[in-house]
Write a protein that binds this ligand. Structure first.
Ligand code: PLP
Length: 480
């Protein structure tokens, strides 16, 4: 593409994106994609074009082929999974990053990439109320960050065993502790880091879905008595199903007493620590060895952008570093080489999208948006609580409301079917999008609030829709 053509096509594309966002705000699209599996595959050519095609043809296909297959996460009535940052300023930041086309192999390969990342992670650390004992790096996802955390834990407990015999070195098995409510990425990280499922303890939770500290203490004691080596504990700030907050302070005290690595998965709930009034949930956080917070969830920054903070950067570098000669430079001792702070060698210039998002909005606007979402969640929870047989099945800690409609006489499997049926009906209507989940063996529905343009009006529309869908579903069962 020549520069002049880029300028023309680029303007057209930005215009298309702007119009797309306007149409989203007007509610022009069904929130959930309404395509069947394989539909796009069937409509695309079987092979790549041999000759150039006009950009207009691509734009047309974006509209007619791709758009129908999009579930619109930025729609104001998207309440599924978790919020996905999509501020237009961060979209522009991502665009610049791709336009530079640089690959962060080391500081020298693009000094600004490293130094902006260093400053952005410092800004974010300060905004989250963490002290300067922590240093940060941007990872793609929380899953990758948690994997790095558990490898770091393993290496600390094994005195850098990877540099010797690694998993083949023998020694008593190392154990990881977390709760049944931890995200699946934690189990995955533990398995990939070589701990083995037998040595991952998913501990029970209390009535508010928080890790039970007494169970943690007992599990550690039992494992020590059995000759095992407790290695790491993963606490969650904002669990995936219900946004429960594990109590960091007592967990940190146990980790410190027992010599365990403490990793805090704040992928979702960590963003709430931008608010001083929520920081009590992070009492004890300064004792954590590592923390992950996804800027790409609730902090308005476009996917992917995961903030990973560590207390001992030297240890991280020792675990992650490989130092091939072609990457060594004269300034290595003066700079950060972020390739040694995670898994990939080549790194994107992700700090740009944080920089643009923060400068365009200011931190206070992000705090206000988070407060707005929390208020909307509390409003909905109040409506639900005063409208039996609706029930909130978990405390509303942040912006997620976990709900069940429980008509008299409906329980067990029939209640599960009812829950899934009315939720599906909401999604199929195209007017809102929700995700159901199983908690303590029973289906419930999560309403996760946080799309950029969601206001209380949209939440009220959802509430009407939920009641309508539940009434119709209950009528199928002959209950109401
Ligand atoms: N941890 C928690 C608590 C989450 O809610 C999620 C995503 O939903 C993740 C980790 C995984 O995040 P990522 O997609 O960035 O790996």
């Amino acid at each position: 593409m020549e520069i002049d053509e880029f300028r023309r096509a680029g303007h057209a594309l930005v215009e298309w994106i702007a119009t797309y966002r306007e149409r989203l705000a007007r509610g022009d699209f069904p929130v959930q994609a309404s395509v069947a599996p394989g539909e796009l595959i069937a409509r695309l050519p079987k092979s790549a074009p041999e000759s150039p095609e006009p950009f207009e043809a691509v734009l047309r296909d974006l509209e007619s082929l791709v758009l129908p297959g999009i579930t619109h996460w930025q729609h104001p009535r998207f309440f599924g999974y978790f919020p996905s940052g999509g501020s237009l300023s961060s979209v522009l930041g991502d665009m610049v990053s791709t336009a530079f086309g640089v690959v962060g192999l080391n500081w020298q390969s693009s000094p600004a990439l490293t130094e902006l990342e260093q400053v952005m992670t410092d800004w974010m650390r300060d905004l989250l109320g963490l002290s300067s004992r922590f240093s940060g790096v941007i990872q793609d996802t929380a899953s990758a960050a948690s994997f790095v955390a558990l490898v770091s834990a393993r290496e600390r407990s094994s005195e850098y065993g990877a540099a010797r015999k690694g998993l083949q070195g023998g020694g008593a098995p190392l154990v990881v502790y977390t709760s049944t409510q931890a995200h699946s990425s934690i189990e995955k990280a533990a398995l990939l880091a070589g701990f083995g499922r037998e040595y991952v303890r998913a501990l029970d939770v209390d009535e508010e879905f928080r890790l039970r500290v007494i169970d943690l203490e007992q599990a550690i004691r039992r494992d020590r008595e059995a000759g095992l080596r407790p290695c790491a504990v993963v606490a969650t700030t904002g669990t995936t199903a219900t946004t429960a907050m594990d109590p960091i302070e007592p967990i940190a005290a146990i980790a410190s007493r027992e010599g365990l690595w403490l990793h805090v998965d704040g992928a979702m709930g960590g963003s709430a620590m931008l608010l001083a009034e929520y920081r009590h949930h992070w009492a004890g956080i300064e004792q954590a060895d590592s923390i992950v917070v996804n800027a790409h969830k609730w902090m308005t920054v476009a996917f992917d952008c995961s903030l990973y903070f560590v207390r001992d950067a030297e240890h991280l570098v020792r675990v992650m570093s490989t130092n091939p000669t072609y990457l060594q430079t004269a300034v290595d001792k003066l700079v950060r080489n972020y390739r040694d702070w995670g898994i990939p060698l080549g790194r994107r210039f992700r700090a740009l999208k944080i920089w643009l998002a923060l400068r365009e909005q200011g931190a206070e606007a992000i705090r206000s948006k988070i407060r707005r979402d929390i208020e909307c969640a509390h409003w909905l929870a109040r409506e639900i609580e005063r409208t039996p047989p609706w029930r909130c099945i978990a405390p509303v800690t942040l912006q997620t409301v976990c709900v069940r409609h429980e008509p008299a006489g409906l329980d067990g499997k029939a209640l599960d079917e009812h829950t899934r049926r009315w939720t599906q009906a909401v999604n199929d209507s195209g007017r809102a999008y929700l995700t159901p989940a199983v908690v303590k063996g029973r289906w419930m529905t999560r309403i996760s609030i946080g799309s950029e343009h969601t206001s209380q009006r949209h939440v009220a529309q959802l509430w009407d829709l939920m009641q309508e869908a539940a009434r119709s579903s209950a009528a199928v069962t002959g209950r109401s």
